[in-house]
Design a protein around this ligand. Structure first.
Ligand SMILES: CC(C)(COP(=O)(O)OP(=O)(O)OC[C@H]1O[C@@H](n2cnc3c(N)ncnc32)[C@H](O)[C@@H]1OP(=O)(O)O)[C@@H](O)C(=O)NCCC(=O)NCCS
Length: 253
């Protein structure tokens, strides 16, 4: 079934020049992460950060775009941008000002796709060339922060039924994985469709091999076949769960 991607998504975003004074670059504490890379195909560059990042990793345009926000928001933004910056450098794109679109989506350079996540103690970004990969989504959640009071908002009735017989700790980890998988899916599909998808609109099926399936419960802005062809994986790492969703170029929208 042909699917019309809205024109706005077919127009490459205009690159934004870096207007930071030359020589002001600082050490970026983010690092390439082979472990995170296991969630994605080999063409995807995965970067993570377990510490804070100095604001000097931001370009002046990035700093201006966020300077009206509270300190915590600026710190989170900076950690995510530190990861994205290193990823873009690995693709040969240094000092690009990665600004946010009107729905908070990062506006990647033309020909690049990517995704960012940041939570307590962990931030990450994944980037790839759009010639290799059509779309990316990554999400990380602190397991203990996805409390039972959230489950009804995050989960479909089918998912809730799977949680209820589990011991408390396993149920909480599973709920966090469901949440993270849905958010990674959302981040992967949004730049392609610019459409909202709700938590009740898909169910997540976790498999024992670290892979997961995203199952549409309603008609989505993307065809069910496209959702079925996504490469979706998860990891549990101590207090965090991390999910990665990749739209491969082999299945075209
Ligand atoms: C957009 C959303 C997924 C972000 O997730 P989050 O857990 O709040 O935050 P994370 O730290 O993991 O990710 C934040 C990053 O996501 C990225 N992001 C935000 N909105 C985005 C969008 N519309 N599309 C793609 N990426 C987006 C940004 O890079 C953001 O960081 P930044 O603002 O510092 O640049 C979430 O806020 C949201 O709106 N969820 C509701 C929709 C949804 O998830 N539905 C489930 C459908 S199955």
């Amino acid at each position: 079934m042909p699917y019309d991607v809205p024109n706005i998504m077919q127009t490459p975003s205009t690159p934004v020049a870096d207007n930071r004074p030359a020589g002001s670059h600082c050490a970026n504490p983010a690092q390439l992460s082979p472990q995170l890379g296991e969630l994605f195909p080999a063409d995807v560059i995965a970067i993570e950060l377990l510490t804070e990042a100095p604001r000097s990793v931001l370009t002046e345009l990035e700093l201006n775009s966020i300077s009206h926000c509270a300190n915590k928001r600026i710190d989170d933004f900076t950690r995510g941008r530190a990861c994205a910056r290193l990823g873009l450098e690995h693709l040969g794109i240094p000092a690009f000002s990665l600004l946010s679109g009107e729905k908070r989506e990062p506006v990647w350079p033309p020909g690049i796709v990517g995704s960012i996540t940041h939570t307590t103690g962990f931030a990450a970004a994944v980037v790839a060339r759009s010639a290799d990969v059509k779309g990316l989504g990554i999400d990380c959640e602190v397991i203990e922060s996805v409390g039972q009071d959230l489950w009804e908002r995050i989960c479909t009735p089918r998912e809730l039924a799977q949680l209820s017989p589990l011991p408390e700790a396993r149920a909480q980890e599973r709920a966090a994985l469901i949440f993270a998988a849905k958010e990674a899916f959302y981040k992967c599909q949004f730049p392609l469709t610019r459409e909202w998808v709700g938590f009740e609109d898909v169910s997540i099926e976790l498999q024992d091999n670290g892979k997961l399936r995203i199952v549409p419960e309603v008609s989505l802005p993307v065809p069910a076949e496209w959702v079925g062809a996504l490469r979706s994986c998860y990891q549990s790492r101590g207090r965090w769960v991390i999910t990665g969703v990749t739209a491969l170029n082999s299945f075209r929208l």
